[in-house]
Design a protein around this ligand. Structure first.
Ligand SMILES: [Zn+2]
Length: 124
């Protein structure tokens, strides 16, 4: 099951959504500890990675509100494990794509995902 499916297409009460959400929160928590931060950026549809919160609050937001659009690459939560300077170049075009016309929403997600996969292949 890919991320677009479980993050955006499953009902948030679905066991499969909740199981995958645990995986996301685990990654987010590990990233928080690694960066010695007190809170986790909340990628819910309202906070949009612009507000930090405690683990249980982020979990609650992602169950009741759901993920913000186009956040299949968890870049704010440590998904790209390289330095900030190196990641900034790859994140900027993804952010621009994520906010473009919603009628091509799915195409953009796939496009961003392809950029991410290409990037990962180059650094591994
Ligand atoms: Zn939130």
């Amino acid at each position: 099951m890919d991320r677009i499916h479980w993050m955006y297409r499953l009902k948030r009460s679905d066991d499969r959504y909740l199981a995958r959400l645990v995986g996301f929160l685990k990654a987010a928590e590990e990233n928080r500890v690694k960066n010695e931060e007190s809170y986790i950026w909340c990628p819910c549809v309202d906070c949009k990675n612009c507000q930090k919160s405690v683990y249980v609050k982020v979990e609650e937001h992602l169950i009741f509100r759901g993920f913000m659009p186009d956040y299949t690459c968890w870049s704010i939560h440590g998904e790209i494990m390289v330095g900030h300077n190196e990641t900034s170049n790859i994140q900027r075009p993804a952010v621009r794509l994520a906010h473009s016309n919603s009628s091509v929403h799915t195409t953009n997600i796939l496009h961003v995902w392809m950029i991410f996969l290409k990037f990962m292949r180059e650094i591994v």
